[in-house]
Unconditional design. Structure first.
Length: 366
């Protein structure tokens, strides 16, 4: 899944080749002067400093392979890129180490991205990296890039992995780096009526089934796209999620309404391996496709709240709590390791605050 840079017949451009993904296309389209060659089936970008830097920044999470001629050109154009050979070698080691430790696909990708961005920003030989480099990068993230505290904390965890596991540096170097205070953000929750409008706005059977399952069982997007027929336990009315987040199995509820729709869906689409296959039958639907389905549904349902498909999971948990379901059961269903994570729903539930009378209602106003 690497990206490849080649020389172009026009000395002022570079050829970019990669395996298609909606996310990659969106990124390359943001580069000024990019062009798509329909006949040759490749992209080209201008061979000047800003375009090449933008390209490396946009695809910081991925491996970029250049032929020797292009490497020489880029090294002259952007001298700091000379460190890329060292960085790629280090990232390959990081990739292997993360695989051996069994990190999830999402964490794996995130760590590699953070490490790559840190190295590209500092522009130093890996063995010369120190505590001040980390501090400088974190200040850049918080002040210049205005990244959230949670994003910055994830960057620190990734850099910690780089320093201790790969560079074998003293643990005190990273342990003395202060972490930004964790932000307390309340999840976006849809009302039952809004969820109904969203579901009713979706006419495509497959798309509707996906959203039905997410809301009815509190699934993550990564979980719903990886569902297989054998995950559905009709006898016990449960969905068995295997190796979900944190490499843990768990069960969640199977709604009778969802099951009825699911049976109809399976019969019509003659499902084999994946419940929701992608363009290629051997692959499941992408998470980005589900997000797009939800975005379109919200537009049709005229939802004005700033919500994402994950809001269906938040809404599921909040609606269960409002109906009197014990918080410990909700924690188990959602697969939260800590009860504190689940307790956030007590702050968005209307169960308690709905009965509080506003002082305005006691006044007599003409």
């Amino acid at each position: 899944m690497s990206l490849f840079l080649h020389k172009h017949a026009d000395s002022k451009r570079l050829i970019v080749r990669f395996e298609y993904s909606e996310e990659r296309v969106k990124k390359i389209k943001s580069i000024i002067g990019r062009s798509w060659n329909q006949k040759e089936r490749h992209w080209t970008i201008p061979l000047h400093k800003e375009s090449v830097k933008d390209f490396y920044d946009l695809f910081a999470e991925e491996e970029i392979i250049t032929d020797p001629a292009v490497t020489l050109i880029i090294n002259e154009l952007i001298p700091e890129i000379k460190y890329l050979a060292h960085y790629n070698e280090l990232l390959i080691k990081a990739d292997i180490e993360l695989n051996l430790k069994g990190y999830s696909k999402e964490t794996h990708k995130s760590y590699l991205g953070h490490i790559r961005r840190f190295l590209l920003y500092i522009k130093k030989e890996p063995n010369l990296l120190n505590k001040e480099d980390i501090r400088r990068y974190l200040m850049y993230l918080l002040n210049e890039k205005e990244k959230s505290h949670s994003y910055t904390n994830q960057a620190i965890s990734s850099i910690r992995f780089l320093f201790i596991k790969l560079l074998r540096k003293e643990q005190e170097i990273i342990d003395n780096i202060p972490r930004p205070k964790k932000e307390r953000k309340l999840p976006d929750v849809l009302s039952s009526e809004e969820v109904q409008r969203i579901l009713n706005s979706v006419k495509n059977v497959k798309h509707r089934m996906i959203l039905l399952l997410i809301y009815s069982a509190g699934l993550r997007v990564s979980e719903v796209v990886r569902l297989k027929p054998n995950n559905i336990d009709e006898d016990r009315m449960l969905i068995h999620l295997r190796q979900a987040k944190g490499r843990k199995d768990r069960y969640t509820i199977l709604s009778p309404v969802a099951l009825k729709s699911l049976k109809d869906y399976i019969r019509v689409f003659q499902i084999d391996e994946w419940l929701f296959p992608g363009e290629k039958e051997e692959n499941h639907l992408t998470e980005r496709s589900v997000q797009k389905i939800f975005e379109v549904a919200c537009l049709k349902a005229k939802i004005t709240k700033e919500v994402s498909v994950h809001s269906l999971r938040h809404s599921f948990a909040t609606h269960l709590l409002e109906k009197g379901t014990d918080l410990r059961y909700i924690q188990e269903i959602l697969g939260h390791q800590s009860s504190k994570t689940t307790e956030i729903y007590t702050h968005v539930s209307k169960k308690s605050i709905a009965n509080i009378q506003s002082p305005l209602d006691t006044l007599i106003i003409d």
